[in-house]
Ligand binder design. Structure first.
Ligand SMILES: [Zn+2]
Length: 496
């Protein structure tokens, strides 16, 4: 912006009227532009705070100024620029990241790198078939590894004999026979449901109602085949639910379908029937699991130690007044490589109470030594190796039980928390062996157990417990047919 000598103020912000002209200023710097002797009015000159300069700067100095301007606006060099992290400002054209094609696999042409097209696809598709190099110390020790391919088991369960639809299409008599055979119905129903004494006759079709039942020899009353069942219900009139539908609901419950989705699977199903059968199933299953897990123990073996994991997890917390919080916690034990060895002990709610801090926070009380002793005395025997986290309580183990722990806490100078590490122990004969410390197997299961109780209110204590037991059973069963397993669960009840 060059202006000649004028009499009016030429700045835009000014009044543009000739007022009091300050006088001739030969060179005025205004922003980046040099203005030759503008005759700014006094108000303008003050508003813009121009710095008068004597003369136009020499060429060399101008270049220097230009550079310093550039320096201010220069973008920091990206990290990938050679020279590393030193923020050396660059002048001129920005550097481009040079793309280098990854090296081709040996035996392939220079253009055939596996980052593209067919070779990439081929690589991806065979990735899961390629065997990973075996770890020097396996996580699941050799003596506890289960032979067989897990994948093939999954396929077999897909060809399960009975489906929900199969049950719905069956005739009543054949259904009763099938359920009796599978253990879903009591096969040796002998005594009358009404008088409890009379002997029942053979299964007959009742002429009036058309349903199948047995008649009592003494009181002459009819007893349905599902009378006294822990899961099925006997109801009349508008509340009557055909046995086919009840069996189909149980089938869905056993396979872990969400209760709310049953109307989408079974036609014309009544809500109360779904609720009743689901709650009956869960109660039966929880009783089954709690009783049967009593058989699970660790150790008590000669030779190679029995490696198991122990950990504790929190499900729910709720306020019980006076700033106290009660926790729903489970202590879990599991033998590595053995699904059916998952043992869960509900921590006594009386011991699992803590107070809220002033800021409102609460943490569950630490697992105490007496509590661990009551569990370990019954479950853990000589010849076992316990893997645990860093909690001090697990340092106390029964006699002859080896122990190692891992602290998930990050230590100074350590970038990531540690979850496994290789440890060395000496077995009973004094021979040293290596093991992998950590509770990865149990830590993985907690996620499943907690997902099973999603949406269940902490107030319904038994509901939370029952769902946890359901998830525990699902873990025991693994890839096996759950309908068949459900038969085993229900048929177990009359025995006890
Ligand atoms: Zn009777």
């Amino acid at each position: 912006m060059h202006m000649g000598v004028g009499r009016t103020c030429m700045f835009f912000l000014c009044c543009s009227r000739a007022q009091s002209i300050v006088g001739v200023v030969p060179l005025v710097r205004f922003g980046f532009a040099y203005v030759t002797s503008p005759l700014a009015c006094s108000s303008c000159a003050m508003a813009m705070k121009y710095v008068p300069k004597k003369h136009k700067a020499p060429a060399a100095k101008r270049e220097q100024q230009k550079r310093s301007e550039h320096k201010k606006s220069a973008v920091k060099a990206p990290a990938w620029v050679a020279g590393g992290s030193s923020p050396k400002p660059r002048i001129g054209k920005a550097l481009k990241k040079v793309f280098r094609r990854p090296a081709a696999a040996p035996g392939r042409g220079s253009q055939q790198s596996n980052k593209h097209g067919f070779f990439l696809m081929a690589d991806r598709e065979t990735k899961h078939l390629k065997k990973r190099p075996a770890a020097p110390t396996p996580y699941v020790p050799k003596q506890q590894q289960v032979p067989g391919d897990k994948r093939s088991m999954r396929e077999a369960s897909g060809n399960g004999l009975v489906k929900c639809e199969t049950l719905l299409k069956m005739g009543e008599k054949s259904l009763i026979m099938a359920l009796r055979k599978g253990g879903h119905l009591d096969a040796d129903q002998k005594n009358c449901f009404h008088c409890k004494k009379g002997k029942l006759g053979i299964l007959k079709r009742r002429s009036k109602k058309g349903s199948w039942a047995s008649r009592c020899g003494s009181c002459k009353k009819w007893t349905s085949p599902h009378h006294g069942s822990p899961v099925f219900m006997v109801s009349w009139g508008s509340a009557h639910v055909p046995l086919q539908k009840q069996a189909a609901i149980l089938h869905c419950a056993a396979w872990g379908l969400p209760q709310s989705k049953i109307p989408a699977v079974i036609e014309g199903v009544k809500r109360f029937a779904v609720e009743r059968i689901f709650s009956n199933w869960r109660r039966t299953l929880a009783a089954h699991v709690e009783k049967n897990q009593d058989k699970i123990t660790f150790g008590g073996v000669e030779g190679a130690p029995d490696e198991f994991e122990v950990d504790k997890a929190v499900w729910r917390k709720q306020d019980i007044g006076d700033g106290k919080v009660e926790w729903t916690e489970f202590v879990g034990l599991k033998r590595r490589g053995d699904r059916a060895s998952l043992y869960l002990d509900r921590r006594d709610p009386k011991h699992s109470v803590s107070s809220r801090a002033e800021n409102g926070r609460a943490v569950p009380p630490p697992f105490s030594k007496p509590e661990w002793k009551t569990i370990s005395d019954k479950r853990v025997f000589k010849g076992a190796l316990a893997h645990s986290d860093g909690a001090p309580v697990y340092r106390t183990q029964p006699d002859g039980v080896l122990h190692d722990s891992i602290s998930h806490m990050r230590r100074r100078g350590q970038k990531k928390p540690q979850f496994t590490k290789t440890t060395t122990h000496a077995d009973a004969s004094g021979q040293s062996f290596k093991a992998v410390a950590g509770t990865q197997s149990l830590d993985g299961w907690w996620g499943h157990g907690k997902a099973a109780t999603k949406g269940v209110n902490a107030r319904y204590d038994t509901s939370v417990s029952q769902r946890v037991r359901e998830a525990q059973w699902a873990h025991w069963v693994g890839n096996r047919d759950r309908w068949v397993e459900a038969g085993r669960v229900i048929s177990w009840i009359p025995e006890s």
